[in-house]
Design a protein around this ligand. Structure first.
Ligand code: GAR
Length: 215
C-alpha cells in the first residue's frame, strides 16, 4: 500500500478529500504524516480526527531553507513516505526536499498551468478575463509551479466571476482530480519522460475535461 506524507498550510480541504477517498476505499493508500508550517492550520484538526500524526515545522525555527527542507525530508523518510502531497502548502519547496523525492512530490494548483502560477491563481484568472480556467496536478520541480503536468480539469469562467465564485467552482474539481492522480500513481500508471507525464489508460481524455467521479 502506498504511503503518503501530506504538507498543508491552511484549511486543508484537499487533505480532507484524500482522507475521504482512502476511507471510502477508492484510494488504496495510507497517510503516515501531516506536516504544516502553520500552527493555526485547520488541517491539524482534520489529522487529529482521523488519527493521523501531525507535525508543525516552522521555517523560522531553522537558520536556512536547506536545513528546513532537509528536516522535513528526514521526517518523511523516517516514516517511509513514498509520495509527498502538497495540499495547499503555500511555500516554494526547497531543493533539499525535491532532490530526495524527485518526481515523487505532487502539488495541486488552482489554475490551468502554465497560466497563472504562484499565489492567488483564481484571482489572477478572474481578473484577466479568461473564459476557461481550472486546476492542475503536477510534479514539483525547482521552479514556481513549473513541474511536469499530470492531470488538469477545466471549468468555465464568467465575466462576473469574483475570486470567490471562481475558486469555489475550481475547488470542486480539485477534490476530484487530486485523489484521482494519487490513485493512478498508486496503481503504477504514471511515468515521466522529461516534461511529459505518461498516463496508462488515459488516451481518451488526457486533459480530464470530464474527470471521473471517484468519491
Ligand atoms: C487550493 O485551492 C489549492 O489549489 C491552493 O490553495 C488552496 C488550498 O485549499 N494552492 C495553491 O494556491 C498553491 N500555490 P485547501 O487548504 O482547502 O486544500
Amino acid at each position: 500500500m502506498l504511503t503518503l506524507g501530506v504538507l498543508a498550510s491552511g484549511r486543508g480541504s484537499n487533505f480532507q478529500s484524500i482522507i475521504d477517498s482512502i476511507e471510502s476505499g477508492v484510494l488504496n493508500a495510507k497517510i503516515a504524516l501531516l506536516i504544516t508550517d502553520n500552527p493555526e492550520s485547520y488541517a491539524i484538526e482534520r489529522a487529529n480526527k482521523h488519527n493521523i500524526e501531525a507535525l508543525v515545522i516552522k521555517p523560522r525555527d531553522f537558520s536556512d531553507r536547506d536545513l528546513y527542507y532537509s528536516h522535513i525530508a528526514e521526517e518523511l523518510k523516517k516514516r517511509n513516505v513514498e509520495l509527498v502531497i502538497l495540499a495547499g502548502f503555500m511555500r516554494v519547496v526547497g531543493k533539499a526536499l525535491i532532490d530526495k523525492y524527485r518526481n515523487r512530490i505532487m502539488n495541486i494548483h488552482p489554475a490551468l498551468l502554465p497560466a497563472f502560477p504562484g499565489l492567488h491563481g483564481q484571482k489572477q484568472a478572474a481578473e484577466y478575463g479568461v473564459k476557461i480556467s481550472g486546476c492542475t496536478v503536477h510534479f514539483v520541480d525547482e521552479g514556481m509551479d513549473t513541474g511536469p503536468i499530470i492531470i488538469q480539469a477545466a471549468v468555465p469562467a464568467y465575466h462576473d466571476d469574483t475570486e470567490e465564485t471562481l475558486s469555489e467552482r475550481i475547488l470542486k474539481q480539485e477534490h476530484k482530480i487530486f485523489p484521482y492522480a494519487i490513485r493512478l500513481y498508486s496503481e503504477g500508471k504514471i511515468s515521466v519522460n522529461g516534461r511529459k507525464v505518461i498516463i496508462e489508460d488515459n488516451r481518451e481524455d488526457p486533459g480530464m475535461i470530464n474527470p471521473p467521479l471517484i468519491q
